[in-house]
Write a protein that binds this ligand. Structure first.
Ligand code: IMP
Ligand code: MG
Length: 173
């Protein structure tokens, strides 16, 4: 398979991802322990959010926030808010669902943004965590660790392409 002229190598198949979600969803829930608000980060986390929420047994509310952040530089000032959440999260426990933790700048920005809105406690989950880089923020839960490769699929894109691919693929350089 190819994207933008580059070959794709499968890192995680659809069923590997589903199995990992079966494992991790109960752990996330038992750490949170009571009704919470799931906030999916658009666009990259639209599929992972849909798959994760269907595994929760506690009462939840679901919202989305749309930000744009991927740049070469990395400072919280590079994060742009495109569309904010619509629910009131004051005094609520919140779970941020991200596609990938890279530098951590997006999650750092999101956490402080949601704190200012009065969230009682913020938990963070990313499907993937890039391990070679020291991120600016720690996350509570992640699906898989990967190296420094660029990945697409399962919601994640290269210049808006590849989001619909069912698994996670690395671009071969
Ligand atoms: P951050 O550097 O942790 O702020 O990551 C910001 C965002 O960049 C992530 O939420 C992704 O949407 C995007 N991103 C980072 N690495 C990749 C990648 O390998 N493929 C696709 N998107 C990525
Ligand atoms: Mg993202």
């Amino acid at each position: 398979m190819k994207l933008a002229g580059k070959r794709l190598k499968e890192l995680f198949s659809q069923s590997q991802i589903q199995n990992r979600l079966d494992e991790i969803a109960p752990k996330i829930e038992s750490a949170i322990g009571e009704k919470f608000v799931v906030i999916g980060v658009l666009k990259g986390a639209f599929i992972i959010t849909a798959d994760l929420v269907r595994r929760f047994k506690l009462p939840i509310l679901i919202d989305f926030i749309w930000i744009s952040s991927y740049g070469l530089k990395s400072s919280p000032g590079d994060v742009k808010l495109i569309c904010d959440i619509s629910l009131n999260i004051e005094n609520q426990k919140v779970l941020i669902v991200e596609d990938i933790l890279d530098t951590g700048q997006s999650l750092e920005w999101l956490s402080s943004h949601l704190e200012k809105k009065g969230a009682k406690e913020i938990f963070t989950f990313a499907l993937l965590k890039k391990s070679r880089r020291q991120a600016r923020i720690e996350i509570n839960f992640h699906g898989f660790e990967i190296g420094d490769e660029f990945v697409v699929g399962y919601g994640m894109d290269l210049a808006e392409e590849g989001r619909e691919l069912p698994g996670v693929y690395a671009l071969e350089l």
